[in-house]
Write a protein that binds this ligand. Sequence first.
Ligand SMILES: NC(=O)c1ccc[n+]([C@@H]2O[C@H](COP(=O)([O-])OP(=O)(O)OC[C@H]3O[C@@H](n4cnc5c(N)ncnc54)[C@H](O)[C@@H]3O)[C@@H](O)[C@H]2O)c1
Length: 248
Amino acid sequence: MTFDFDDQVALVTGAGSGIGRATALGLAKDGATVVCLDIAGEQEVAAEIEAAGGKALAVRLDVRDAAGWERVVSDIGERFGRIDILVANAGIAVPGDRPHEVSEEIWDRILDINAKGVWLGMKAVLPMMIARKSGKIVNVASTAAHIGLRDAAAYCASKGAVLALTRQAGVQHAPDNIQINSVSPGTTMTGIQRDVTDEQRAAFMKLTPIGRFAEADEVAAVILFLCSGGSSFMAGADVGIDGGMVAF
Ligand SMILES: NC(=O)c1ccc[n+]([C@@H]2O[C@H](COP(=O)([O-])OP(=O)(O)OC[C@H]3O[C@@H](n4cnc5c(N)ncnc54)[C@H](O)[C@@H]3O)[C@@H](O)[C@H]2O)c1
């Protein structure tokens, strides 16, 4: 599958690994200049893009850093004059995340990175997109926004927030010619699965009718479509990439 992102500038959060890395590589392969933003691995992914002949810039930023967001977007504006695409993908999961056991500190960390980080990213890029009357934002939610996954209380709450915010922002900015949508991946073979126990993995498999877990590239392919001209009539929509988990 090939898209045309020539002359476009895309910013991907959590680009240092997993789904974000696959998305950054895909956007760059199809012509975008990709700003790889992360707290780890962003240099390596930007170097990988450049080694393949693409254009990339590595930026270290914690998505919770509101002032940092303003700085980064202002730098990108000065350097490139535009941001066409934001993929708000950075996220974490923490083991032992049960309603009666998760600590306040972990609850806040999960909500701050997974939900507030998505809002801060949109808040930072939207003024430039509104001014240019053009933009695509793809927020990475999860099946956890749709079903009650075991041991994922704060995680489910954070992804529910991403879904609701995407719906609201999608409606708010549809008249500005900015398409804001989300994806809800099911279990995907990335770093975030590193702390999942064998028991949890077996439970996820039972919930996945397709009978296997996703590769990061399979999730990135749908994100790339939402970043492309093909999504021109989509606003506030969520696309499941879950092997049938939510339909099950
Ligand atoms: N892998 C899955 O099964 C799955 C399923 C559904 C949704 N998701 C979502 O997909 C997204 C990407 O996760 P992944 O599976 O690629 O995992 P991953 O751990 O490989 O990648 C997450 C990336 O986010 C970065 N990150 C974490 N905290 C950050 C912060 N404060 N600021 C900036 N960057 C930060 C990490 O450094 C990492 O590179 C997440 O939002 C996750 O919740 C993953």
